[in-house]
Design a protein around this ligand. Structure first.
Ligand code: ZN
Length: 176
């Protein structure tokens, strides 16, 4: 099966719909999403270039541990958990032991791993900032960037990528 961007985004939206219906809590409650994929999340000290990882403890492929770097910001950790959830639900890769860094995995890994990391970031972006909810906020004129970041539980950097690169909004609209 080809895993293209639309497929990944659709997976994220369907997961939200299944778990929350039309009443999605913001920021998205990742405790509920993690539970739904049988993952337990914990914070731990990690090397600075590692955001987090996911693995099946004791080789049990139906239960997962998601570790997040305790030194990172809450928004960074939130994104990392969403990122790791993709590795769990993306069959074929989620069943492998993975050690990944959201930010730095790109630099020195194989083409396949880079591709999987990019997929996980696309998924996390849609899961935490669903396109239809962003649209709803923007149409209501709720376009103050710090407020948007707070509502969706993401960093300014991640929100800017979402708004300007992925959803194609004009920067002028938000910074005027
Ligand atoms: Zn990853």
């Amino acid at each position: 099966m080809t895993v293209n961007e639309d497929f990944i985004r659709d997976k994220a939206l369907k997961l939200l719909e299944n778990l929350f219906g039309s009443d999605i809590p913001l920021p998205v409650d990742l405790r509920i999403v993690s539970k739904a994929v049988n993952a337990y999340v914990y914070c731990a000290e990690m090397p600075v270039d590692v955001s987090g990882f996911v693995y099946p403890p004791d080789g049990d492929v139906d239960k997962f541990l998601i570790g997040v770097n305790s030194a990172k910001s809450r928004t960074h950790q939130h994104f990392t958990v969403a990122h790791e959830i993709w590795h769990i639900i993306n069959e074929g890769y989620g069943r492998m032991i993975t050690l990944s860094s959201v930010i730095n995995a790109v630099a020195n890994t194989s083409y396949n791993l880079r591709r999987f990391e990019r997929q996980a970031n696309i998924f996390a972006s849609e899961l935490l900032m669903p396109s239809f909810l962003i649209k709803y906020f923007v149409e209501k004129g709720l376009i103050n960037l710090p407020d948007l970041c707070k509502s969706f539980g993401v960093s300014a950097h991640v929100m800017e990528i979402r708004l300007f690169k992925e959803l194609g909004y004009s920067k002028n609209y938000f910074y005027s």
